[in-house]
Design a protein around this ligand. Structure first.
Ligand code: NAD
Ligand code: MG
Length: 394
């Protein structure tokens, strides 16, 4: 029986993973090791009971009594805090879903790789902040890393059986988000409630807002570079409002392989769950005649500066991805709190990168996880200062 763990089980990706595991037989077909969540204790406990998990872990110490109560008498162990989440990743499992949002997903993913099983990676921030370390750790322990981001799953699928040396270009698609046709002036007044309403995908709050600002696509450019090893000038973004084509690979003979599928993350999760086979996944089957048209347009670098910043990070590499992601997370926190406008998020990230690049620390190559976490910490502090300067300048 295959053993599994889900980090970030109560989130959007976590729920979709749970759905596939339950449809695939639940506890009769899978032995569940660890499930983790944050404040949604009722749901975490419900999932742990349904899968008869070994342990359920909440990120927050103050939620532990509620989790203990909810699981009393079940024999399911409970724990709380970031260290407990990392320890849960030390429990071996054959297949681990990494679906915590943000840089918090890095440590558990790195720890899980040490068992040499399969890490299904939804947490793109792991690759953005620590790509070379993550890939080297997977190689060192003989672990399999599978992309779960829809575009990267699509690239992975379109590359199967192909000669990577014959790849000229990799094109990932972006829906364009809810503000695809907004003018810069209209974009000044965007609220978190507007930014969270994605036209095609149902996702967590943070990634939805990142999609609206194209910071999500910026992270995905870096993710493509780090996961597949293509050079920055080979990787392109195209806006495709229908979100049906997820990625395209252009080869040296002019042919292009495209991956199409419904905008339902269960396809990419199911692909990673069944890999290297193809299993049955209960997503909608595309009706091409009803779709009728698939449109493509170039992204606008003026209204979406995150893409330009990502290009700089792809060139610099080193610790710049960790700085970029941390600054983006701080800017997003301030946007959600109403302290920062939608457009100011990218200014804060740019300002943070500029401040850190003056200190010549962005190009330093991380040799340990501590190097990455150190930059994450420094960039959060620097970004908070950048937010303050921005507010004073208003
Ligand atoms: P979400 O916000 O819906 O869920 C996040 C999960 O992480 C929840 O279980 C939450 O309890 C947990 N969590 C939040 N903060 C935490 C912390 N500090 N420590 C420990 N756990 C914490 O997010 P999501 O949309 O499911 O996205 C998860 C990851 O997958 C992100 O990295 C995102 O970029 C990536 N991803 C998501 C989608 C999607 O469709 N939702 C698509 C591609 C990639
Ligand atoms: Mg994606």
């Amino acid at each position: 029986m295959r053993s599994i763990s889900i980090f970030g089980a109560t989130g959007s990706i976590g729920e979709s993973t749970f759905d596939l595991i339950m449809r695939g037989g639940g506890p009769a077909a899978y032995r569940t090791v660890a499930l983790t969540g944050a404040r949604n204790i009722a749901r975490l406990a419900e999932m742990a009971r349904a899968l008869n998990a070994e342990i359920a872990v909440t990120a927050h110490e103050d939620c532990l009594p509620a989790l203990r109560d909810a699981l009393a008498g079940t024999g399911i162990a409970t724990a709380a805090g970031q260290a407990a989440i990392a320890e849960a990743a030390d429990r071996p499992a054959d297949w681990v879903m990494s679906a915590i949002v943000g840089a918090a997903g890095l440590v558990p993913g790195m720890r899980a790789l040490r068992h040499g099983g399969t890490l299904a990676l939804a947490n793109k921030e792991s690759l953005v902040t620590a790509g070379p370390l993550l890939m080297a750790t997977a190689a060192k322990y003989g672990a399999t890393l599978l992309p779960v981001d829809s575009e990267h799953s699509a690239v992975f699928q379109a590359l199967a059986g192909e000669d990577k040396a014959a790849v000229e270009r990799v094109i990932i698609t972006a829906s364009g988000g809810p503000f695809r046709n907004h003018t810069l002036e209209q974009m000044q007044a965007i609220t978190p409630a507007q930014a969270v309403a994605h036209p095609n995908w149902s996702m967590g709050q943070r990634i939805s807002i990142d999609s609206a600002s194209m910071f999500n696509k910026a992270l995905e450019l870096i993710e493509t570079r780090e996961f597949f090893g293509f050079s920055p000038d080979q990787i392109e973004v195209i806006v495709h409002p229908q979100s049906i084509v997820h990625a395209l690979i252009g080869f040296s003979d002019g042919g292009i392989m495209a991956h199409l599928g419904p905008a339902d993350m269960r396809h990419a999760i199911g692909f990673a769950l069944h890999w290297p086979r193809r299993g049955h996944v209960p997503v909608e089957r595309l009706d091409l005649a009803r779709l009728a048209a698939l449109n493509f347009e170039a992204p606008d670098p003026v209204r979406f500066p995150a893409l330009r910043l990502a290009r700089e990070v792809m060139e610099t590499r080193g610790l710049s991805g960790a700085a970029f992601n941390a600054a983006k997370e701080i800017a997003l926190d301030h946007f959600l709190a109403g302290n920062l406008s939608f457009l100011a998020m990218s200014q804060v990230v740019e300002d943070t990168l500029a401040r850190l690049s003056c200190q010549n620390c962005l190009q330093i190559v991380a040799t340990t996880l501590e190097d990455v976490l150190g930059m994450d910490h420094l960039a959060r502090k620097t970004a908070a200062e950048a937010v303050q300067s921005w507010q004073q300048g208003m």
